[in-house]
Design a protein around this ligand. Structure first.
Ligand code: ADP
Ligand code: ASP
Ligand code: MG
Length: 407
């Protein structure tokens, strides 16, 4: 008997028929004698719909507290539906919101981080033989305000619950049957991986592979929670996301990924003095805004340009923050470019081999794709390019590193 946390994404709970399919899967696992906590997303497209409502009601300027109250409601619909279907099938079940479980987060609306999860309530229900269904994507802060965890946040709810409850593993059911060498919806030659290390998955997720939210992989790695990414529409074994072990092949490059939701920001003619970068980036990090690539030009006559990328959804907030900062630090102006994308290649083997960067640059150059910015980590190389070349870049890189072939 195991304690399993299962998470079902938006497509898997897209209508009542699909939720019945989820109920049958859940029932099967329960019948095998396991304890089960099920985390659900909202129906596919519902969170987008709610966001549009908030924007249209307020000329794109919704109050953050009320925004979270609204956009967290999609999950309340799916958890209650699943729980009532399971009860009708004869399985004692209870659904809970994040605030009822008490998934405590910080106070950063729209992008909160989980601080602590009370396990008492859930453990009590499990002991009483119940299936527990929890709303993903949401928590509550220390003042009792509803918070949300950022887009795709149900993945993180599930892993955080698995860690807090010391579950045996976390199954993540989605609309693809595992983690592939690249997004199978972008390139049909993508190949499914049977296993991938936390480290590689973390880089893939942070570089835009939304199959798992970045933060969920971070938590899984920290608490050593195995994640199995599977399809809710078939019984394929899926992909195991786990610790790197010596049997795991150190692929030179194991995946290519892209992120079209990027924006480039250039702060022009900044005085080249100590503390200036800190005054630009500290207010951004205080708002949990992730800054990705950063480039500072060579200084000319005491002035420099600072260019960086953020997620496009954070652009408005960045604009508001920089409006004041730019005046304070005496920069000339800020330029914004929303038509960029980031392509990245990832692989553990990069730690011990060279030549990946040059192969990547050559492949992009071969198609006439200009590289605007470059950033690297130990196992990842990312390039910012014009957004219109994204799919072409992914396909060319996938071919260049022969990722369709098992090595
Ligand atoms: P859910 O609603 O179940 O959370 P998401 O849409 O958030 O599902 O994530 C699944 C999607 O992730 C897939 O449909 C696929 O297009 C995309 N994806 C991106 N990169 C990859 C990858 N390397 N492997 C598998 N899927 C990927
Ligand atoms: N429903 C939320 C979203 O669309 C959370 C999730 O799907 O994980 O972002
Ligand atoms: Mg998702």
């Amino acid at each position: 008997m195991a304690l399993i946390v299962q998470k079902y994404g938006g497509t898997s709970v897209g209508d009542t028929e699909k939720i019945r399919n989820v109920a049958e899967r859940v029932a099967r696992v329960k019948d095998e004698g396991n304890d089960l906590v099920v985390v659900l997303s909202a129906m596919g497209g519902e969170t987008d719909r709610l966001i549009k409502l908030a924007e249209s009601a307020t000329e794109n300027d919704p109050d953050e507290r009320e925004y979270d109250v609204l956009i967290s409601t999609g999950e309340q619909v799916t958890i209650s539906l699943l729980a009532m279907i399971l009860k009708k099938m004869g399985y004692p079940t209870k659904s809970f919101l994040g605030s009822q479980v008490k998934i405590l987060t910080d106070r950063i609306h729209k992008n909160a981080r989980i601080l602590k999860i009370d396990t008492e309530l859930i453990n009590g229900e499990l002991k009483a033989g119940k299936i527990v269904v929890v709303a993903g994507f949401q928590g509550v802060d220390d003042n009792g305000n509803i918070t949300t965890l950022g887009r795709g946040g149900s993945d993180t709810s599930a892993v955080a619950l698995a860690a807090a409850l010391k579950a045996d593993y976390c199954e993540n059911f989605t609309d693809v049957d595992g983690v592939y060498t690249t997004d199978p919806n972008v390139y049909d030659r993508a190949r499914k991986l049977s296993r991938i290390s936390y480290e590689e998955m973390l880089e893939l997720a942070s570089a835009g592979a939304k199959v798992l939210q970045h933060r969920s992989v971070e938590l899984a790695k920290m608490y050593n929670v195995p994640i199995i990414v599977r399809s809710s529409f078939n019984d394929d074994r899926g992909t195991l996301v786990t610790m790197e072990d010596k049997d795991m092949e150190r692929e030179l490059v194991s995946g290519v990924t892209c992120d079209k939701d990027q924006a480039k920001i250039s702060v022009i003619h900044v005085p080249d003095q100590p503390g200036v970068a800190e005054r630009i980036f500290t207010p951004l990090s205080e708002r949990n805004i992730i800054v990705d690539m950063i480039i500072q030009n060579a200084s000319i006559e005491g002035y420099t340009d600072l260019t960086f990328t953020v997620s496009r959804k954070d652009m408005e907030e960045v604009k508001n923050i920089l409006y004041e900062v730019v005046k304070e630090i005496g920069a000339e102006r800020v330029d914004y470019d929303e038509k960029i994308a980031k392509v990245s290649v990832i692989g553990l083997g990069m730690k011990s081999h060279s030549g990946v960067a040059s192969k990547m640059f050559a492949a992009l150059a071969g198609e006439g794709i200009n590289i605007m910015m470059i950033s690297t980590s130990e196992i990842k190389i990312s390039c910012a390019i014009r957004r219109k070349y994204t799919e072409l870049a992914v396909q060319v890189l996938h071919d260049a590193f022969e990722l369709d072939k098992e090595n």
